[in-house]
Design a protein around this ligand. Structure first.
Ligand code: FES
Length: 169
């Protein structure tokens, strides 16, 4: 995974304007400012690795929304991050089927043994909790670097974390 660039206000502003123009081209000039909100947030995260807190006033002003509206959407959707992820992203499933197969025990182990609570980054590894990876029958499941992992237990998680730490950024 490549390192995301630092937040840059001018670049963010240009990105936001481009997304608003694209939304207007698709939905028409009358589209409400909120119509472009999700595309704008996705574009910012794709460019900077997160929706940085500094971007919120810019987004709100550009779309004629309140900062509270924008902050509410960013915090509601688990996919949006307020800080860039580490070089290794561990997406760990906490949805119902994986709960039935023991993911809560593994989540506690990740936190206790590796200091990786939900949303935390340690040693270049970011744990992001997600809700179903489509691998329900083989949970607990996780996705790391595009690789789907199944039947996770404490030993498998220990080996995974050791491997990621040893592989560098
Ligand atoms: S509930 Fe975990 S993969 Fe579906």
């Amino acid at each position: 995974m490549t390192q995301a660039p630092e937040f840059d206000e001018a670049a963010a502003d240009a990105l936001i304007r481009a997304e608003i123009a694209a939304a207007r081209a698709f939905y028409g000039e009358d589209a409400h400012g909120a119509t472009a909100l999700l595309p704008v947030l996705h574009a910012l995260q794709a460019r900077f690795g997160c929706v940085a807190p500094q971007a919120l006033p810019l987004v709100a002003q550009s779309l004629n929304l309140s900062q509270a509206d924008v902050r509410g959407v960013v915090s509601f959707y688990h996919d949006f991050r307020e800080a860039p992820a580490g070089p290794h992203l561990l997406q760990f499933c906490r949805a119902e089927a994986c709960q039935a197969r023991g993911c809560e025990r593994i989540a506690a182990h990740l936190e206790r043994a590796h200091g990786l609570g939900a949303g935390e980054t340690r040693s270049g590894i970011t744990r992001e909790d997600v809700y179903c990876l489509g691998n329900c029958a083989l949970g607990p499941a996780a996705l790391v670097g595009g690789r789907l992992l199944a039947n996770l237990d404490e030993a498998a998680v220990d080996a995974l974390i050791a491997g990621l730490k040893g592989s560098g950024p």
